[in-house]
Design a protein. Structure first.
Length: 127
């Protein structure tokens, strides 16, 4: 079985592996830093200090306001795919990004709209 093909590069989707935030402290630090909200995504970003982990790290979260477990998991799957497509292009080394799902929109917006929202949010955070 061949791995799925990415939408823009033609490379296997599994070839772009992002480091994922797992500890609550990392999420809290990102929530106290820069942020930008769009209709489909709420982005929180922080520049790590010297001596911390290298590379681009991402975290994904959806509260119970998004819906039941099925709805939250669907929203997080979409957020992971958006991060996989956009962060290698626009993300910066040494930054943590947390993507927060929005109620009723993250799971239902057209995927192209989510991509545009993510690109706009990253430009605002770094601008």
């Amino acid at each position: 079985m061949k791995p799925p093909v990415g939408p823009t590069t033609g490379t296997p989707a599994v070839s772009v592996c992002l480091d994922v935030l797992k500890k609550r402290a990392d999420f809290v630090r990102a929530s106290n830093a820069r942020r930008h909200a769009t209709p489909g995504i709420h982005l929180q970003a922080r520049k790590r200090r010297a001596g911390e982990a290298e590379g681009i790290r991402t975290g994904f979260t959806c509260s119970k306001k998004v819906g039941n477990a099925v709805a939250r998991n669907r929203a997080k799957r979409r957020l992971r795919e958006v991060a996989r497509v956009v962060l290698p292009q626009l993300g910066r080394e040494g930054w943590d990004y947390v993507l927060v799902g929005r109620k009723d929109t993250t799971a239902t917006l057209p995927f192209e709209q989510l991509l545009a929202d993510m690109r706009r949010a990253i430009r605002k955070v770094h601008g």
